[in-house]
Every structure is written in C-alpha cells, then in structure tokens.
Design a protein around this ligand. Structure first.
Ligand SMILES: Nc1ncnc2c1ncn2[C@@H]1O[C@H](COP(=O)(O)OP(=O)(O)OP(=O)(O)O)[C@@H](O)[C@H]1O
Ligand SMILES: [Mg+2]
Length: 208
C-alpha cells in the first residue's frame, strides 16, 4: 500500500472446493456495502485474452507443465496490466480468485516445474497482493463439497490424490514462507464465518 497504489489487492488461494469463489463473492459484497469500488476477478482469466488462455489451460489439449506455467503468466500479465494495476491506481479493492501462489502450488509443487522458474516469472509480473487468504480445508471435506456442486472435472481434478496432496503441501509451504502476506483461514467454517474472518484480518493486518 504505497502512495502510488491507493487500492487494496486481496487474493484467495487453496485447493478445489475450498470455497474460494464463495468467499471472494462474500468479501466483495461486504466492501461494496462499505461504499468502496470492488473489482471481483479470477485467474486464469479476467480479460478476454486471459479467458481465452484459461479455456486452453482447463481444456483437453495436453500441455507440458512449463508451457502451462508460461500460459498462466501470459494470462496474468494481460490481467495485471489491463485490469489490476489500473484498478489499484484508482483506489479500488481488487479481489482475485487465485493468483500466482496457485501457479507455484500446482505447476511447481504439483507438476515439478522449478520453483526458481516460477519465482522469476513472479518477479517479472511484479504485482504483489497486500494480503492473501489460504482457505484451508481437509481434502475429504473439499471432495464432499465438489461432489455436491457436481462440477465438471477439469485437468487438475482429474489428476488424483497424490497430485492434490503435493498441491496442498505446496500451499502450506508457500504460506509458511510468507507469513506477513498470507493468512490461513479455516475454510470448514460457515461461509459467513469465513468472510467475517477475512474482513477482520484485513482490518488488523492491512489497516483497511
Ligand atoms: N464455508 C462453506 N461451507 C460449506 N459449503 C461451502 C462453503 N463455501 C463454499 N461452499 C460450497 O462448496 C462448493 C465449492 O465452493 P466454491 O465453488 O466456492 O469453491 P472453490 O474453492 O471456488 O472451488 P474451485 O477451486 O473448484 O473453483 C460450492 O457448492 C459451495 O456452495
Ligand atoms: Mg472457484
């Protein structure tokens, strides 16, 4: 929150079914009720070009993990430059459903792309969240939520338990290495309690 960036950049992370999209929408509603401009967006996606890349990434075309990584960052660069930076510059609250920690968790910890390669791409994009929420949910609960949502399977959901365990371990490692930025939220609480915990954490940590 430098003077050059008056807005607030919040990201939500975690595995499939943790409740990220639900919590992002709830948090957006709270900030809107407070009279603030809110940009609720997601990755990969958030611009026409990035949504086109999302369709490729979540589709059936096989892609090497490094190629996936670079596509994630291609989409991210477009999103950051055309949506996120301008919104933050005019003082908006930006709430992004997944961001670069997901690329680190899925492509590096999950698929074996070098951590340094992803870290280099993060430096290149060079837009960091003020606060990141890691929605933490035991895998059995996440699976139950996904089953009840009856979502169509995608590339990641099809990858199975070992992969999901590596991703979960990745998120925990990333959070442990960045305790000032990343707050772990107990995602087994009710949606209302999850959103309230996030709002309170923003108040205490980001003084907003
Ligand atoms: N706190 C909660 N308690 C109980 N159910 C929840 C909670 N949050 C979300 N759900 C339900 O769990 C399912 C998954 O939630 P949601 O789509 O928000 O997860 P997600 O993390 O965005 O998943 P994905 O990674 O697949 O996008 C939905 O059916 C949603 O209604
Ligand atoms: Mg979602």
């Amino acid at each position: 929150m430098s003077p050059a960036r008056p807005g607030l950049f919040v990201t939500l992370e975690g595995g499939e079914g943790a409740g990220k999209s639900t919590a992002a929408a709830g948090l957006a509603e709270i900030f809107r009720a407070e009279g603030l401009e809110v940009i609720l967006t997601r990755e990969p996606g958030g611009t026409p070009g990035a949504e086109a890349i999302r369709a490729l990434l979540l589709g059936d075309v096989p892609l090497d993990p490094l190629a996936q990584t670079m596509l994630h960052f291609a989409a991210r660069a477009d999103h950051v430059e055309s949506v996120l930076r301008p919104a933050l510059a005019r003082g908006a609250v930006v709430i992004c459903d997944r961001y670069y920690d997901s690329t680190m968790a899925y492509q590096s910890y999950g698929q074996g792309v070098s951590i340094e390669a992803v870290a280099a791409l993060i430096r290149l994009v060079n837009l960091h969240p003020d606060i990141t929420f890691l929605l933490d949910l035991p895998p059995q609960l996440a699976e139950a939520r996904l089953r009840s949502r009856a979502a169509g399977s995608d590339r990641y959901e099809a990858m199975g338990h070992d992969f999901m365990a590596r991703v979960a371990h990745g998120f925990q490692s990333i959070a442990a290495a960045a305790p000032g930025r990343i707050a772990i939220i107990d995602a087994s609480q009710s949606p209302e309690a999850v959103v309230a915990a996030m709002r309170e954490t923003i108040r205490t940590r980001a003084r907003r």
